[in-house]
Design a protein around this ligand. Structure first.
Ligand code: HEM
Length: 419
């Protein structure tokens, strides 16, 4: 960078900090975002359509059907101490609240970088969802948070068949953004990164998509994955609040009090060897999964909505004993009450160095106990479907409780220890 460019940079930054005092939440090194809470029309920025809302006991994006587009962004926190980390959470939360609640970006002096990147016509898309979670590494010795670590949160270990790439795994924070269009997610990501650039460094990024059912039913099939099978069929009903309280949301159980309303998030970026899959016979594919490819019905039935039956098939003549769904959930007393809420996305990352398609499933599951996910993984270890899969990234995270009142922000309960 030339020295004049450097000077320009620091001048405009100073000038900006002066202006930012009017309304903008401008804190320390993270001020570059300068998103102001506009009190009137926002000086030229079109009033944004009202968002789905930011506030709630739980964050958005867990129970909801996955949107057509997603972005998984994992960050490393470079805050030097606990105080700055607390500020980063306040800034990040405020930015997300602005984006999700349709708060217009401030009109700043044109000599300054605009508060919004302008990628969208409308500043906020009503379909935007954001889910912020923390990884085990945030509880190391940097911020004195070790005693607050959710009881079961660990760095994702080698699970089954893994080839984890450190450049695509783990992270202090994970932000899952979802929207109806890809640019909705990119817009939000850039706003968040601009606001927190001095404190959060992007560690990995995975874009993702789903093709929602034409006739979605809550808790039921969301789309087909890239193996061509319906994905999400056997999910528990996300519209059943009592069920979700048991299966998904954390409360009590020896967990730190601040975690109430959060949930464990398991992310597995699993590459699919799709060329090999496309050469496997249909009967074999169906036997590997345990369902009919077209209808999504279990091999023991004819309709997708039917529950698989294994009690009258002890030798696996209809549904092989090692079919994915039979291992994942044998539907006996051992797994009752441990069902996972799966909210995965497909991804496509072009081709690898050998000219093979780099596609797969960004598997995401939410559960009140990480042990439920680990038990399912144990049951699936060595499944024949593994021949077509290669887990390459992801991590374990804990989704922060939602924000319900004025003055509260994402991460507040974690930092204060108070629910
Ligand atoms: C690329 C990786 C994976 C693929 C392609 C895949 C595919 C599928 C498909 C097609 C179904 C049947 C439809 C449905 O109920 O959603 C299914 C069900 C299921 N999968 Fe996976 N899956 C993958 C990874 C995983 C992982 C990592 C876990 C958990 C450790 C898991 C756990 C389950 C469970 C619990 C069910 C429901 C079983 C039932 O209740 O009948 N899957 N999966």
């Amino acid at each position: 960078m030339s020295s004049s460019a450097g000077r320009r940079g620091s001048l405009s930054r100073r000038a900006f900090l002066g202006t930012a005092a009017v309304g903008a939440v401008a804190v320390g090194g993270a001020a570059a975002g300068g998103i102001a809470v506009a009190t009137s029309g926002g000086g030229g920025a079109a009033p944004a359509a009202p968002g789905r809302g930011f506030r709630g006991e739980h964050q958005l994006g867990v129970l909801e059907q996955p949107a057509p587009h997603g972005l998984l962004a994992a960050f490393t926190c470079v805050d030097p101490d606990r105080e700055t980390l607390a500020r980063t959470f306040r800034e990040l939360s405020d930015e997300l609240e602005g984006l999700l609640s349709g708060r217009p970006a401030a009109a700043l002096d044109p000599a300054l970088p605009p508060a919004d990147n302008g990628v969208l016509d409308e500043v906020t898309d009503p379909g935007l969802m954001a889910t912020l979670s923390v990884g085990a590494s945030l509880f190391d010795d940097r911020y004195g948070l070790a005693a607050r670590k959710p009881r079961e949160l660990v760095t994702m270990p080698f699970l089954a068949n893994d080839r984890l790439d450190p450049r695509r795994s783990h992270g202090d924070l994970l932000l899952v953004l979802q929207g109806k269009e890809p640019d909705v997610c990119l817009h939000a990501l850039r706003r968040v990164m601009r606001r927190t650039r001095a404190n959060l460094v992007l560690h990995w990024l995975q874009d993702a998509f789903t093709r929602p059912d034409a006739k979605p039913r809550v808790g039921q099939t969301q789309s087909r994955n890239l193996l061509g099978f319906k994905d999400g069929t056997a999910n528990p009903d996300a519209g059943d609040a009592e069920l979700m309280r048991r299966l998904v949301w954390t409360a009590g159980g020896g967990e730190p009090a601040w975690t109430a309303g959060g949930t464990y998030q398991a992310v597995r970026v699993v590459r699919m060897l799709v060329e090999r899959w496309d050469r496997a016979g249909l009967t074999e594919q169906e036997a590997l999964i345990g369902r009919h490819k077209g209808s999504g019905a279990p091999l023991s039935g004819t309709a997708e909505s039917e529950a698989p039956r294994y009690d009258d098939d002890p030798d696996g003549e209809r549904t092989p004993l090692d079919a994915h769904i039979r291992l994942a959930n044998p539907r006996d007393a051992s797994t009752r009450g441990t069902e996972l809420l799966r909210r995965g996305f497909s991804y496509s990352r072009g081709i690898d160095g050998a000219g093979l398609l780099d596609q797969g499933l960004a598997f995401i599951s939410y559960q009140s106990r990480l042990a439920h996910f680990l038990a399912a993984t144990d049951r699936l270890r060595g499944e024949p479907l593994e021949e077509y899969l290669l887990p390459e990234g992801g991590g374990f995270f804990f989704v922060l409780p939602g924000v319900t009142r004025d003055g509260d922000h994402l991460g507040r309960s974690l930092l204060t220890g108070m629910p």
